[in-house]
Design a protein around this ligand. Sequence first.
Ligand SMILES: Cc1cc2nc3c(=O)[nH]c(=O)nc-3n(C[C@H](O)[C@H](O)[C@H](O)COP(=O)(O)OP(=O)(O)OC[C@H]3O[C@@H](n4cnc5c(N)ncnc54)[C@H](O)[C@@H]3O)c2cc1C
Length: 413
Amino acid sequence: MRIEKVDVLIIGAGPAGCIAAGILQKNGFSLKIVEKEQFPRFVIGESLLPRCLYNLEKAGLLEAVKAKNFQRKNGARFIRDEGEICQFNFSEQYTDGWEYAWQMRRAEFDKTLADEIQLRGVELCYQHGVESVDFNDERALTTIQPNVGEKYQIESKFVVDASGYGRVLPRLLDLNVPSKFPPRTAFFAHIKDPIREEGSELLTEVVDLKGAWTWIIPVAPGITSLGFVGEPSFLEQYGNTYDEKMYRALLASHPKLHERYSENLVFDFGPESIKGYSISVKQMYGDRYVLVGNSTEFLDPIFSSGVAFATESGATAAETLTRHLNGEKVDWEKDYAQYIQQGINVFRTYVKEWYTGNLQTIFFAVQKDPSFKKQICSVLAGYVWDNTNPYVKKHNRAVEVLAEVIKSQKTAV
Ligand SMILES: Cc1cc2nc3c(=O)[nH]c(=O)nc-3n(C[C@H](O)[C@H](O)[C@H](O)COP(=O)(O)OP(=O)(O)OC[C@H]3O[C@@H](n4cnc5c(N)ncnc54)[C@H](O)[C@@H]3O)c2cc1C
C-alpha cells in the first residue's frame, strides 16, 4: 500500500481541525487534513461566541471570515413566560475581549475556513475517511479509504483528531464515556422568516418552554434556524415522527412562537433531529495523538459553546504540539487537558443550572439588578478561562448561591 509522510495528520476539516491546521502551518510543520465529506456539508451549530474570534485570529483565519459578512451577533436574549426578556449584550461584559460574533449556516462558515487553509498551501483531501490508526513508539500509521480510489496510509509523528461527531479515535481506542446529562433531542429546521422584529437579527434568542427550550438563530437574510431541545418524553407529546407535522405542533404549543411563525411556515431545510449528542472521553491525549473539538466532549447546545470549544481546543492543542515537535518538554495534562477541562467544567455548571432552573432565576433577576450581569455575560461570551471573574473561578458555588439569595429575597418580599 502507498505510504505518505507528514509531520501531523489532522482528521476532520471542521473548525477544530482548521484552527489547528492554521497554527501548525504557520509554525512550519508539514500537514495533511483528511475529511470524510465533500464541503460544503451540513453541520449543526450556527451561533458563535466572541471567544471564537480570538482563536480565528491566532490561526490567521479571521480576515477570511470577516470578508464573508456573515450575520453579526451582538448578544443573546432569553425569553420566558408571557414574553419576559433578559438580554445580554456582549459589549457590556466583564472580560476584555471580542464583543461580537456571527451566526450563519455552518456549511458556509466551515467552507470559508477550509478554503482559506487550502489557499495557504495545506493539503486537504475531501471524501477521504479514516479507517484505522496504528500507533507505535516512533510514528502513527493511519489507513485512509477515499470514496474513489485505492486505500493508502499516512505516516505521521502525531495525529490531531478533529473528527467531531465522527469521534474517530475515541471509537477506535475505546475512549468514549457516556455523559452524565440525560439524553436530550434537538429537533430543528431552517425556515423562511422574511419580516423580523428590528434588531432581533443581531441576537440569538432562546425561548424557555418549561420542559424544553427553543433556539432562534438568524442564519441568513430571511432565513432563521429554529430548533427545539428537550428530553424525548417532552418533545414526543407532540408526535414521534420528527417531521413537519410534529414541528408545526411544537410551534403551535407556545403562543408567541405560534403567533410569530406558524402562519405561512415555509421550510428551507429540514426538519431534522439529533438524539443523545452529549458525550465525554476517558482521556484527551495519548503518546502520539490529541483529541480536539467535539471529539473530546460535547455538553449541550444551550449556550452555543461548541464552536468556541472547538476553536479553543484546536488552538491550544496546536500550540502545545508545536512545542512538543520542537523538542520541548511538554506537560500535556496541565497545558492541554486541564486547561480545556476548566472551560468544560465552567460550562457544565451553567448547563446544569439552566436545566435546574437556577440560571433562569438569575437571568431574570439580573435584568432588574444588573450588578452581576457583566460577569455572567462574559461566561456567555465564552470567556470561561478568565479566573478573575468570580462566576468563572467559583462557578461551582457562585451560581447556586446567587440563585438561592435571589429566591430568598423574593420569598422575604
Ligand atoms: C443540537 C445542537 C446544536 C448546536 N448548536 C451550536 C451553536 O449554536 N453554536 C455552537 O458553537 N455549537 C453548537 N453546537 C455544537 C457544534 O455542532 C459542535 O461543537 C462543532 O461543530 C464542533 O466542531 P468540530 O470541528 O469539533 O467538529 P465538526 O464541525 O463536526 O467537524 C468534524 C469533521 O470531521 C469529519 N469526519 C468525521 N469522521 C471522519 C472520518 N472518519 N474521517 C475523516 N473525517 C471525518 C466530519 O465530516 C466533519 O466535517 C450544537 C450541537 C448540537 C448537537
